[in-house]
Design a protein. Structure first.
Length: 254
């Protein structure tokens, strides 16, 4: 219809009408482009909000695991100090050989896996979020996790000493009654039922004490926990700060 009208105006040399028709065409094209851009921007913003909501969930799950890790590490330290006191003393285990064996077993535990970062990596690829506050917060959170991962690459020698000294049957009992998995987290059970008599556990404890490297390696292991526990607690705080920044951007919690 419009093209036919333009042709008619050209044929009759009605240049004013031609000019008006041209303006109408240009404005139509411009409005079409603007509407397309507006729709793209709306879709992009909705996609960003969806990713941010997923990032909140990812960080919350990570923080749940980190909190469980801290609780486990605090038990490792408690057990390790008990074990170290035995290793550096000359006192026999007497009637607490089982509990000392539990302490040695707990002190040898390692719980670390890098934080889940699927959503974070996707946001990085998309150069999102646009908010500098969220970018800074989430980079600090995931950066802290990455920086500490390297220190977990080597398993402690103390772990090997303990696993080699304690009889396999006793280790199975320890796994069965003194340790459990809750989702992706581990829990060390302190007051677990006694499943091995002193005749089975005392020789292993004395073997560990007879090797001076065991106490030294345990001392190193406890020292590393003095680094890790505060860092992981800080990581939880950074995660909560990132969630707060996302809530501020989205206009409230979801």
């Amino acid at each position: 219809m419009l093209l036919r009208r333009i042709s008619e105006h050209v044929r009759t040399q009605n240049w004013t009408a031609v000019a008006l028709d041209f303006v109408i065409v240009v404005m139509g094209v411009f409005m079409g482009i603007q509407l397309g851009n507006w729709n793209d921007a709306r879709v992009f913003a909705a996609s960003e909000k969806s990713y941010l909501a997923e990032l909140k969930s990812e960080i919350r799950r990570n923080n749940d695991v980190v909190r469980a890790r801290v609780a486990m590490m605090e038990r490792v330290v408690e057990a390790g100090r008990s074990g170290h006191a035995f290793l550096t003393s000359g006192a026999p285990c007497s009637d607490d050989c089982w509990m000392l064996t539990v302490d040695m077993f707990h002190a040898s535990q390692v719980m670390f896996a890098p934080a889940s970062r699927t959503v974070y990596d996707q946001l990085q690829r998309l150069d999102l979020p646009r908010s500098d506050a969220i970018k800074e917060a989430m980079s600090g959170y995931y950066g802290l996790d990455a920086s500490i991962a390297e220190s977990f690459e080597d398993r402690p020698m103390f772990r090997e000493y303990v696993r080699k000294a304690i009889p396999e049957a006793v280790q199975q009992s320890l796994w069965n009654v003194c340790h459990e998995m809750i989702g992706a987290a581990e829990r060390l059970i302190v007051d677990c039922a006694k499943r091995a008599d002193d005749e089975m556990t005392r020789p292993a404890l004395e073997t560990l004490r007879a090797n001076p490297d065991v106490a030294a390696e345990l001392n190193y292991w406890l020292g590393m926990h003095g680094l890790w526990i505060p860092v992981f607690k800080t990581m939880v705080v950074r995660g909560e700060e990132t969630i707060a920044a996302i809530d501020a951007e989205l206009g409230g919690g979801r």
